[in-house]
Design a binder for this molecule. Structure first.
Ligand SMILES: Nc1ncnc2c1ncn2[C@@H]1O[C@H](COP(=O)(O)OP(=O)(O)OP(=O)(O)O)[C@@H](O)[C@H]1O
Length: 221
């Protein structure tokens, strides 16, 4: 899914933070790495692209869809079908097992019982080395295992866009590299567009383009 942004301006109701992006495009199937200091708006941008944060100024186009023309309910459905999001804090639900966490987003689309989906869980869990945590609750597994679970959840529905906020932040250097390679490879195979926020500039050579968000943000402190 092609992601295109033009003349985007965003600020929160409180605070001095402002972001302004004149023009940014990620062609379908390509990858973008976002770098920049803490607080420069990387997560804010992912939330706008995911349609969770509604844009008030400028335009965002996802494939041939303009989210500004859609209701919140339509955006929610669009998101569930087309976008996988690896949250910075993982966003796993404590009282659900690993497997239930993977399936949770599919309640929205009614695909929870889908046999293909269940088969893909086994395959992804094997590839990401988390088969042993599928029956366990998030608080009983390691940070790195939680992170890999969150990545698998984002990839499970074969979305055409994957947004990942520091997806390797809690992993050791060898795992960082291999998990990111894996994420990029999976996206290449499925043709998904990938946008990754990272603080680690050693990892950015994998992406088709890299943008430093300090060029876009204004923060008065
Ligand atoms: N809900 C909110 N209301 C007001 N200000 C906010 C809100 N969420 C974030 N901010 C501010 O907006 C700015 C950008 O935040 P954001 O989380 O997008 O930064 P970031 O680049 O992802 O940071 P980090 O690398 O630390 O995760 C920060 O100054 C933050 O304090």
């Amino acid at each position: 899914m092609k992601v295109e942004v033009q003349n985007l301006r965003y600020s929160y109701g409180t605070g001095d933070f402002r972001i302004s992006i004149p023009d940014l495009a990620v062609p379908s199937g390509q990858s973008l790495g976002i770098v920049g200091p803490s607080g420069c708006g990387k997560t804010t941008f992912l939330n706008i692209v995911s349609t969770v944060t509604r844009l008030r100024q400028g335009s965002l186009t996802l494939g041939d869809v303009n989210p500004a023309e859609m209701t919140d309910a339509k955006c929610r459905e669009f998101r569930a079908r087309n976008i996988g999001y690896v949250y910075q804090d993982f966003g796993l639900i404590d009282y659900l097992s690993g497997r239930e966490n993977l399936l949770y987003p599919f309640f929205v689309t009614g695909r929870k019982g889908d046999a293909t989906l269940n088969g893909r869980i086994e395959q992804l869990a094997d590839e990401f080395g988390i088969t042993h945590v599928l029956g366990r609750k998030p608080q009983t597994i390691s940070q790195g295992e939680r992170q890999r679970l969150a990545i698998c959840r984002a990839m499970l529905g074969m979305p055409s866009l994957i947004l990942a906020d520091e997806p390797t932040g809690n992993l050791d250097p060898a795992n960082k590299s291999s998990i990111l390679d894996h994420l990029c490879r999976q996206c290449q195979t499925s043709g998904a567009t990938l946008i990754v926020v990272t603080h680690d500039r050693n990892l950015t050579d994998r992406f088709d383009q890299v943008i430093d968000f300090s060029d876009f943000a204004q923060v008065n402190r």
